[in-house]
Design a protein around this ligand. Structure first.
Ligand code: R5P
Length: 289
C-alpha cells in the first residue's frame, strides 16, 4: 500500500489497537439543521478532542472547525438530494479531489445506495472516486445507505452492500449493525465501521457499540447518539471507553452516569432523548436510517 494511503488510514483507524472512533456531523448535507446540530461550532468544539476523526462536509469544516486543531477529517463528498426532494438515493460526487487535498483530508466518503433506483449511478461513482482518490493516496470510505425503499438492515442485505462497496475498491466501509453481524464482517475484505443510527437510550447505544466491535467492526462513526444525548461529552467518553478501552456495556454506562453527574440514573429504554425532543419542534425527517 502506498505510504500516503497507509498513513491516512492510520489517522482514522488507530494502529495501536486497530480501532476507530469517528464523530459524525455530516447530517446537514441532506437533513439541513438537524436537532442539536443546528449550531455546528457549538456541537463540534467540545467533542472533537475525544474522537479519532470527524465525518463532515466541506462547508461545515470551513465554517465551523478551527483549522489549528488537528483533528483528522473524513470528508463527505457525495450529495445532491435533500430530505424534501424526490429520491434520497440520487446522489452524485459534489466535491473535487483537489478541494479534498486543499482541506488536507484523511479520507473522502460517499454513499452507495445498493438496490435503489440509482444504485448504478452511485456504485459507478464509487469506482471512479476510488480511482481518482488513489492517485493521491487518499482512502475512500463507502457508506452503505439504507432506507425504506432500499433493503432492510439485515445481514443478507448489508453483506451484499458492503461487499459491493469493497469490490469497487473502498478502503473502509461504513454500515449498520444487525443481527448476525459477524456474517457481514466476514464477507467484507476491508474494515467495517458502524453508524449509530437514530437516537436511542444511551445504554442501548453503548450496547450497539459493544456488540458491533465484538462481532468484528473496527469502530463506530456515531453522530446522533452522541450529540443528541443529554450529556454529549460524557457519552463520547463512554463510547471511547468501549472502542479504545476494555469497558463492557455496564462499565461504560456507569462511566456515562458518573460523568453526567447522575450516578443513580437507570437506563431509560422506552424514552429516547425525551427531554430534548420535548424542547424542540419535531422536524421528523423522511425515513432513511
Ligand atoms: C448520515 O447521513 C451520515 O452518513 C452519518 O455520518 C451517519 O449516519 C452516522 O451518523 P449517526 O450515528 O447519527 O447515524
Amino acid at each position: 500500500m502506498d505510504w500516503g494511503l497507509k498513513n491516512r488510514i492510520a489517522r482514522i483507524i488507530s494502529p495501536a489497537d486497530n480501532k476507530a472512533l469517528m464523530l459524525a456531523v455530516d447530517h446537514g448535507y441532506f437533513l439541513g439543521p438537524t436537532e442539536k446540530l443546528e449550531d455546528l461550532k457549538k456541537t463540534i468544539a467540545p467533542l472533537a478532542k475525544h474522537c479519532d476523526s470527524l465525518m463532515i462536509t466541506r462547508g461545515a469544516l470551513r465554517t465551523s472547525v478551527n483549522p489549528d486543531y488537528p483533528v483528522p477529517v473524513v470528508l463527505r463528498v457525495s450529495g445532491g438530494t435533500s430530505i424534501i426532494g424526490e429520491d434520497l438515493s440520487q446522489e452524485d460526487i459534489t466535491v473535487s479531489i483537489k478541494d479534498a487535498l486543499r482541506l488536507n483530508v484523511a479520507a473522502v466518503a460517499m454513499s452507495v445506495f445498493v438496490g435503489s433506483k440509482y444504485e448504478y449511478q452511485t456504485i459507478v461513482n464509487l469506482g471512479k472516486l476510488v480511482s481518482e482518490a488513489e492517485e493521491y493516496g487518499i482512502p475512500v470510505l463507502a457508506v452503505t445507505a439504507v432506507g425504506k425503499e432500499i433493503g432492510t438492515k439485515d445481514a443478507r442485505y448489508l453483506s451484499l452492500a458492503c461487499r459491493v462497496a469493497a469490490e469497487q475498491g473502498a478502503h473502509i466501509v461504513k454500515t449498520y449493525y444487525c443481527e448476525n453481524f459477524e456474517k457481514v464482517v466476514k464477507s467484507c475484505p476491508v474494515p467495517i465501521i458502524i453508524a449509530g443510527g437514530k437516537k436511542i437510550p444511551e445504554k442501548d447505544a453503548l450496547k450497539l457499540t459493544y456488540d458491533a466491535l465484538k462481532a468484528g467492526a473496527v469502530g463506530v462513526d456515531m453522530g446522533r447518539n452522541i450529540w443528541q444525548s443529554d450529556n454529549p461529552v460524557a457519552m463520547i467518553k463512554a463510547v471511547h471507553s468501549i472502542v479504545h478501552g476494555t469497558n463492557n456495556v455496564e462499565q461504560a454506562f456507569t462511566l456515562y452516569k458518573q460523568l453526567s453527574g447522575k450516578p443513580n440514573q437507570k437506563s431509560n429504554n422506552n424514552k429516547p432523548n425525551q427531554k430534548s425532543n420535548n424542547n424542540k419542534p419535531n422536524n421528523k425527517p423522511k425515513k432513511r436510517n
